[in-house]
Design a protein around this ligand. Structure first.
Ligand SMILES: Cc1cc2nc3c(=O)[nH]c(=O)nc-3n(C[C@H](O)[C@H](O)[C@H](O)COP(=O)(O)OP(=O)(O)OC[C@H]3O[C@@H](n4cnc5c(N)ncnc54)[C@H](O)[C@@H]3O)c2cc1C
Length: 488
């Protein structure tokens, strides 16, 4: 019998396994794939290496604190550098600008490229820091669905700031008010996509997100994003966490007398605590078979999904950096199509991540590895005709801006669609971040980190509180660790 069984060896499952192990628990992680990391995986073809999922790395200290728990130096497991840019932005009218993480370099760039007074951006980032440090940390570090866990003193102290934070405005409304210029507004609206949401609906409280990449910094793992998960896996193994791969869990039950869980894998595994580190909708629907809770949480709108092309490009482009954003002309229409009409946007914003810019080993000499992504509605079906249509539009859009026939330079290709994202990672409808944050109070309506119905059942990962993305997923592991300890 194990103290805890964790379903899912993505970042959340790995981080939680280590935290519980540190408390002396016997932990078993059950994973359906043959490898750990979940969305944080890689793909290789013809000398090109691609990270398949996340590409933007912020708040490395949340990873490193797990190594510190064991008095280990993270550099023995993975390493990273701080990058000077958070992204290069390309507009359809031909204007381009680089967002430097150094505020003076950024202000100079805004003055020169957009011919604007950059002070409102500095002011915005200062406000962003205050919101993150005072309000964000209350939500992100706490199991907010348990009143006994909430730091009420800090909540009351920060209530005035909370009311002024833009909570009841949309992110777009707040950005228009604070930044005015439409290009700056579009750049700062994009932060709603960091949790798969619509900036024209989601709360202005999301304006704390740029604090992470602009003030705290943007980082680059030297051996790729997958090294973050690989490092944690190596540490877990060395500290005695047990793993079983190729275990597609489809059943678990709770003994009403002993209170123990039995998770059915290649054989039944008993545990006192059960941790769901997979999408909670698929957990309720397919594993716990609690259709009532499945239906309840399914009502929440899903975050966006994505279509990703992994292109080996036999050429280099000096205009491009590590993160590149080719904006659509009409951002409102793009999100209206993703969340209201629920179709693939006709003119989608294209994101290109090129890790070979900082790690030349990721592509052959004179070549680049392009991770090319657009946001689409969760559950979008992509047949061959749709794929060709989307591909053609992206090739044309990038080609127009870079003045080059991109098609001629694609030497290897793979595509990830919402259906394949669901197949590979178990994310419901391929949604990247669970429920969307399109309602003003979304931050408090995400699935809790514990079950109100089943004792000793806990939830971590990108689909539950506090949210998706690497920093928040790691926070969820830390919250679950405290909840498990309190229960014991
Ligand atoms: C294309 C893409 C781009 C992204 N970009 C960024 C980014 O730039 N920055 C950022 O911070 N975040 C980004 N994210 C989000 C980030 O990747 C996720 O929030 C995070 O990796 C989620 O980790 P997780 O452990 O919660 O889930 P997952 O990584 O999905 O792990 C869940 C694990 O559970 C396993 N599993 C599922 N069902 C079962 C079952 N029935 N039995 C056993 N095992 C099961 C899966 O195989 C998987 O290994 C991106 C995601 C995607 C897909």
């Amino acid at each position: 019998m194990y103290d805890a069984v964790i379903i899912g060896a993505g970042l959340a499952g790995l981080a939680t396994s280590l935290r519980l192990r540190k408390r002396g628990l016997e932990v078993l992680v059950l994973e359906k794939n043959s490898y750990p990391g979940g969305k944080m995986h890689q793909y290789e073809s013809k000398g090109y290496r691609f990270d398949t999922g996340p590409s933007l790395f912020t708040m490395p200290e949340y990873v490193n604190e797990i190594y510190e728990l064991f008095d280990e130096d993270y550099r023995n497991y993975y390493d990273y550098i701080k990058h000077t840019e958070s992204g290069r932005y390309f507009f359809e009218d031909g204007k381009q600008l680089t967002f430097y993480t150094d505020i003076n370099a950024l202000k100079k760039e805004i003055s020169e490229k957009l011919d604007l007074n950059p002070d409102p951006v500095e002011d915005y980032l200062n406000r962003s820091a205050i919101k993150y440090n005072n309000i964000g940390s209350i939500f992100l570090d706490t199991a907010i669905h348990k009143t006994t866990e909430i730091p009420w003193g800090r909540v009351f102290k920060n209530t005035p700031l909370f009311m002024r934070s833009g909570l009841i405005k949309s992110l777009n409304q707040l950005n228009v008010k604070l930044l005015k210029d439409e290009k700056l507004v579009q750049i700062f609206n994009r932060h709603a996509t960091y949790n798969g949401s619509n900036p024209f609906q989601a709360s202005g409280i999301l304006s704390m997100i740029p604090h992470l990449e602009q003030n705290s910094g943007t980082f680059f793992p030297k051996e790729g994003m997958k090294s973050i998960a690989e490092g944690l896996y190596k540490l877990s193994k060395s500290k005695g966490v047990h793993f079983k791969f190729n275990q597609n869990i489809s059943n678990c039950s709770k003994d009403t007398v002993t209170g123990r869980y039995t998770t059915q894998a290649e054989k039944p595994y008993e545990s006192k605590q059960l941790i769901c580190a997979i999408d909670h909708l698929n957990f309720y629907k397919n594993i716990l078979n609690d259709q009532k809770l499945y239906k309840k949480y399914k009502k929440q709108e899903r975050s966006s999904s994505a279509i990703v092309f992994y292109w080996g490009i036999e050429k280099t482009f000096s205009q491009l950096g590590l993160h590149n954003i080719f904006f659509s002309k009409d951002y409102y229409k793009e999100f209206e199509q993703i969340f209201e009409t629920k179709i693939i946007p006709e003119n989608a914003t294209v994101y290109i991540h090129i890790s070979s810019k900082l790690n030349p080993h990721d592509a052959p000499d004179g070549c680049e590895n392009w991770f090319v992504m657009i946001n689409v509605p969760a559950g979008t079906e992509v047949d061959e005709t749709t794929k060709q249509k989307v591909r053609k539009a992206i090739v044309q859009k990038i080609g127009n801006t870079l003045n080059c026939d991109i098609e001629k330079h694609i030497v290897t290709e793979k595509i990830w669609t919402p259906k394949l994202i669901e197949d590979d990672t178990g994310s419901y409808s391929g949604a990247l971040y669970g429920a969307s944050s399109n309602k003003k109070l979304s931050a408090i309506s995400r699935h809790p980190n514990f079950s109100r119905k089943y004792n000793n059942l806990f939830f971590c990962g990108g689909t539950v509180h506090p949210g998706g993305g690497i920093p928040l997923v790691l926070k969820s592991a830390s919250i679950v660790d405290k909840l498990v300890e309190n229960d014991r």
